[in-house]
Design a binder for this molecule. Structure first.
Ligand code: ATP
Length: 236
């Protein structure tokens, strides 16, 4: 079953055509990655899916609905969680309050509590620091908090924008272990990354985006060993 189906999507900023006729699918339960260089249109793709940018043309089908016709808050209600680039946590709120903010649209109080316990189980470091202000966490801890806040939204599909950005290699490994764990718990993942190496090592399938167009796709394993991908994106 196809969870998310993007067909012939075009997104522009004035005269800049950032996404030019992109089509791809994310199936339920998968980890799919979109890789590409700076400015390829990866962030724009995610912003279009979550309703933060308007599509000029094309459709984004999710569970029978065309997301291009819905405002951003309705898209969240459909089960799409967007973890933006640069984390965007609330610096002046505690870790605990940041997490509770993730659940502000939910009415299932009992399940919110269970999800909070899950978050603390997945991220013991956030539990230790639950009273600490978000802005005082390290970069890696802030990324963990952003992902944990996404878990609190209780979505079915998580869009992750460059979770590795600015983090040390060991922290990146830790973040990707968590992403796989969240996936195993039943969340579908669409992951945008400039770090093609880590993305391809952890995803099921991948699409390569160049100047707003998909130029290659396949299993992540195949692309990891593809000589042209290795030369262009893996520096070897
Ligand atoms: P990066 O990895 O550097 O974040 P990206 O692949 O995510 O790159 P986008 O941020 O989607 O790329 O940008 C795609 C293109 O759209 C770029 O040429 C960028 O300059 C342009 N762009 C992005 N946001 C805006 C904006 N708000 N106004 C005008 N142009 C924009």
């Amino acid at each position: 079953m196809s969870d998310l189906s993007i067909q012939n999507l075009h997104v522009s900023y004035g005269s800049v055509n950032a996404v030019r006729g992109v089509s791809f699918e994310v199936h339920e339960g998968e980890i799919v990655t979109l890789i590409g260089a700076n400015g390829a249109g990866k962030t724009t793709m995610l912003r279009a899916i979550s309703g933060l940018e308007k599509a000029k043309e094309g459709s984004i089908l999710y569970g029978g609905a065309d997301l291009t016709k819905l405002p951003a808050h309705k898209i969240v209600e459909q089960g799409i969680v967007h973890i933006p680039e640069g984390r965007r946590i609330f610096s002046n709120l505690t870790v605990y309050d940041n997490l509770i903010m993730g659940a502000h649209l939910r009415k299932d109080t009992g399940e919110v509590k269970a999800d909070l316990e899950d978050c603390f189980d997945i991220f013991p470091r956030l539990k230790e620091r639950s009273g600490q202000l978000g802005g005082t966490l390290s970069g890696g801890e802030q990324q963990m908090l952003a992902i944990a806040r996404g878990i609190m939204t209780h979505g079915k599909t998580m869009l992750l924008d460059e979770p590795s950005m600015g983090l040390a290699p060991l922290v990146v490994e830790e973040i990707f272990e968590v992403i796989k764990r969240i996936n195993r718990r039943g969340t579908t993942i669409l992951l945008v990354e400039q770090n093609a190496n880590i993305a391809l090592k952890n995803a099921d399938r991948a699409y390569v985006l160049e100047t707003g167009t998909i130029v290659k796709d396949g299993s992540a394993k195949d692309l990891l060993h593809d000589p042209s991908i290795r030369a262009a994106y893996l520096g070897c």
